[in-house]
Design a protein around this ligand. Sequence first.
Ligand SMILES: CC(=O)N[C@H]1[C@@H](OP(=O)(O)O)O[C@H](CO)[C@@H](O)[C@@H]1O
Ligand SMILES: [Mg+2]
Length: 555
Amino acid sequence: MNEEQHSLLLSSSSHYLPPQGVKLSYGTAGFRADASLLHSTVYRVGILAALRSLKTQSMIGMMTTASHNKISDNGVKIADPSGGMLSQQWEPFADALANAPSPQDLVQLINEFVKKENIPFSGARPAEVLLGRDTRPSGDALLKAAKDGVTSVIAAVAIDMGILTTPQLHWMVRARNKGMKASEHDYFGQLSSSFRCLMDLIPGDKSTFGGINDKLVVDGANGVGGVKLKVLEKLLNGLIIEVRNSGEDGGILNEGVGADYVQKEKVVPHGFGSKDVGTRCASLDGDADRLVYFCVSSESSSKIDLVDGDKILSLFALFIREQLRILNEQEDMKNSYQARLGVVQTAYANGASTNYLRQLGLEVNLTPTGVKYLHEKAAEFDIGIYFEANGHGTILFSESFIGWLEATTDKLSSGSKGSEVEKAALRLLAVSKLINQAVGDALSGLLLVEVILQHMGWTLDRWNELYQDLPSRQLKVKVADRTAVVTANAETVVVSPPGLQEAINAEIAKYLQGRSFVRPSGTEDVVRVYAEASTQEGADSLAYSVSKLVERFLG
Ligand SMILES: CC(=O)N[C@H]1[C@@H](OP(=O)(O)O)O[C@H](CO)[C@@H](O)[C@@H]1O
Ligand SMILES: [Mg+2]
């Protein structure tokens, strides 16, 4: 770092002093806080993004969003060159950067880090950062902070992509670094053309939905997803989407709406009710990286039948497995590529879903909570499907398998036209283009669900009947220090404080099909308690007694 860079950082950062008495942490999903506290953090993450770009000699993404949090909050996170989450190795630096008390401390920290990481400052390619933000009103002012942060690194360029869903930005970063076209227009183009391709490959004897079933009603959480879905819908045939809670009619972001609300509360979002009984409904979260489906149970109550991330995962797994079976059954294709299919869940996955997937003969892996862990595990397979129960997930395809699919479809298209094998390979290729390879994406996930339902000729009810969720309950417990809870085995076992796990086991033993675990949240100052049992009363009472144990052991 030369003298000029040093003084540029010093003068620029003096305009962004951090708030007093606030400690920020990069956490599961970047920094999040009340938007008024975030100017210096966003500025500093801008610096981090530019440094990350220099280090990797690639385009980096920076997204300003607080997802499903309330509208007055905001947040910021980094997309790495692959389009995935920031490398975990850089998270401690992000924390230190955000919390450096003065401009002098900040510059010293950067100087040390640049030396340690050998970040090439001069001569090499200058830093490039793509900026995106959700619809939060605080996003505009934070955009300025982001730009100032990026451009406080000499020669760095910040490119404002405007208001985007989080997965759109991740997709763009990945596409840019692969040398592909990466505008929003290209994103919509790729999604709509691969959707069309999958629709065209639906077997002729399977009837598509008639009448009421071809309509989908989507709750946009009054966020960015609904707005983008309206644009996308115009490019699609064979699907009628009505968007509600698009934020254009005065509704407030995430207030009584959105995937997080619907999944946790299991009630209809605002704007839905008795008129929707029998209709297929879906809900996005505030930045459109989560998706759940639901239907309104009855005209007289606000209860819903929830079709969560676990069931989306199951639907995807069934479809993919079927295509692989077709590929493997053909004599001449045998042994030419034994694609490994794996699914990844967390301990929050409903036990009935895990059983169901295992009964299908699939390899089910558990990781700790947080997309970065699930994504990493899924990338080990030729086809890795991961989902959190809350609706965040995607399907990853290995480069080598994609290469094989491309070669196979090329070979087959010159021979037996339109064979079943060719169709199966084409379907898998289209899925790999439709479903976001960078991160979970509600819009691309929704299109894949819709086309698979049409392929199967299934209604939402038929899909929901794949298995029946075990009754479950989630609770939060406020404790003095949540970091005192240390877990192992993908958060299913407490190793500290000593004795707590044994006490939990004794409670679990009292319930038929009982299961329960506790872990410190990575986004809130609470310990989360999860319980399942054969009845709702059982799940409620198990969760309650385990939360009492947490209070007793942690005070
Ligand atoms: C039980 C639950 O839904 N936990 C969520 C929540 O994390 P916690 O660490 O549980 O606060 O927010 C994460 C980020 O959005 C998400 O990945 C995760 O699934
Ligand atoms: Mg989100």
